[in-house]
Design a protein around this ligand. Structure first.
Ligand SMILES: Cc1cc2nc3c(=O)[nH]c(=O)nc-3n(C[C@H](O)[C@H](O)[C@H](O)COP(=O)(O)OP(=O)(O)OC[C@H]3O[C@@H](n4cnc5c(N)ncnc54)[C@H](O)[C@@H]3O)c2cc1C
Length: 419
């Protein structure tokens, strides 16, 4: 069995999960520790390629490409004092200060820790609506996006061979369920990019139908009203047909039936209706909230475990100001990671961890690759400035973890995907 660790006298910080939270934490900690801290950093993550979650819409609708990495972890950690173990945490043994590492079916290596940080993220959540699981694609991983890409290609092939006009329009009808940020981003990118892709395949975009289905009466509830209006106007300009205010009652291979009785024809259905915390985390004997996110105290310690932190989507941090649990957003995952890195440095130097105080600096949603809506520091933006701000926040993340070369490389890749 390949092992993650070799014997050490140093204090070992184990980080489970190398997504936005785990990677930010490992990089920040590695850049700030001193040899006198006498510490070893071990990051456990199964995938050397960090999922490009922020670009799933471009992956799904753009032309096929072989690899989509937010970050390639071996490059990020090449010159940093971090041992990366490309494996998964199978279970946590808090009483033994250890985790078991290895595939589900075993064998497992026992790795002890001085401090453990759980950052294992979230997975797509599919409610038990008849036909939804069987007929819809979710949108929470590069694998999901590639599956959608294949389904789009398949529909292009079917449409190309179909003479009957109505049957061709049915083959080229796409529906996205969910009017939150993920659903709006994917539906906007479909409506903007699919016409070009269809022309490249010799198909007439006049046959394209893109639908958005949302059970509530409006979309993008996290954004102010004026931005929601702009978002709807943009979707209308792109030709997206909105079906708001009625829940989905069933899905089959020709479309969606709503509780209102209305029918939305769709050959391809994408479900962007929600996410839930890594379900494995609830099997680790730590307290979780009813939605399955790990309960944490004000310093992001797992409840009742001062030597275990939980951060990012897997953790349920309750904002003391708003009294609400933070939403699953990369910006909070990154802020929690930075704060936890600083707390670990405090602990290494004999100081007390400090409480986390979250601040929402802004939020941007793209509606197609060249338009966005959102706000930052009280300013409301729409159109190109919003999309520039959105891309800027990604670039900041790439710069923080990978430096200037990584930020430029990733920006170039992202712009190339939009063509
Ligand atoms: C399509 C889409 C678009 C989004 N757009 C935005 C946006 O524009 N802005 C924004 O703020 N947020 C956005 N989000 C949300 C954002 O991506 C998440 O909030 C963020 O990924 C959370 O970071 P994390 O580190 O907690 O989890 P992740 O980034 O999901 O990382 C979790 C990591 O843990 C690893 N892992 C899982 N189980 C184990 C295990 N047992 N052992 C070891 N490792 C494990 C996984 O492989 C993964 O690498 C988007 C999400 C999606 C799906």
């Amino acid at each position: 069995m390949q092992t993650c660790t070799s014997p050490t006298e140093k204090r070992r910080i184990v980080i489970a999960g190398g997504g936005y939270a785990g990677t930010t934490l490992a990089v920040r900690l590695a850049k700030r520790i001193k040899p006198s801290d006498d510490v070893e950093i071990l990051l456990i993550e199964p995938n050397p390629c960090q999922q490009a979650l922020s670009e799933l819409d471009l992956v799904a609708v753009g032309p096929p490409r072989p690899e989509f990495c937010e970050l390639w972890l071996p490059t990020i950690f090449k010159d940093l004092p971090v041992t990366v173990c490309y494996n998964r945490v199978h279970s946590v043994l808090p009483d033994e200060h250890a985790v078991l590492v290895g595939p589900r079916e075993g064998p497992h290596e026992k790795v002890t820790y001085w401090r453990l940080v759980l950052a294992t993220g979230a997975v797509a959540f599919v409610p038990p609506v008849p036909g939804l699981k069987e007929h819809a694609t979710t949108m929470w991983s590069v694998h999901d996006a590639q599956e959608l890409q294949q389904r789009i290609e398949q529909q292009f092939r079917i449409a190309a061979k179909t003479v009957d006009r109505d049957a061709r329009a049915q083959a080229l009808s796409f529906a996205v369920i969910g009017g939150g940020a993920t659903g709006i981003e994917i539906v906007g990118t479909m409506a903007q990019m699919l016409p070009k892709r269809m022309r490249d395949h010799g198909l007439d975009p006049v046959d394209l139908h893109v639908h958005l289905v949302e059970g509530r009466p409006d979309i993008l509830y996290d954004l102010p009203e004026n931005l929601r209006r702009k978002a709807k106007a943009r979707l209308a300009r792109l030709g997206v047909e909105l079906h708001l205010g009625s829940m989905v009652s069933s899905v089959d291979d020709t479309g969606i039936t709503l509780e209102s009785g209305a029918r939305v024809p769709a050959a391809v259905v994408v479900f962007c209706g929600g996410a839930k915390a890594d379900p494995d985390a609830t099997t680790w004997g730590l307290a979780a909230d009813p939605s399955g996110r790990l309960m944490v105290d004000e310093s992001l310690h797992a409840s009742g475990h001062p030597d275990i932190y939980a951060i990012g989507d897997v953790a349920a941090f309750r904002d003391p100001e708003t009294k609400r649990t933070l939403p699953m957003l990369a910006q909070f995952a990154i802020r929690e990671a930075e704060h936890t890195a600083d707390n670990l440095l405090r602990e290494l130097r004999g100081e007390t961890p400090q409480p986390f105080r979250p601040h929402m600096h802004g939020e941007f949603v793209s509606i197609g690759p060249s338009y966005g809506v959102g706000w930052a520091f009280r300013f409301h933006l729409s159109g190109l400035p919003a999309i520039v701000m959105k891309r800027f926040t990604y670039a900041m993340y790439w710069y923080e973890v990978g430096g200037i070369r990584t930020a430029f490389k990733r920006l170039r890749e992202m712009l190339a995907m939009q063509r």
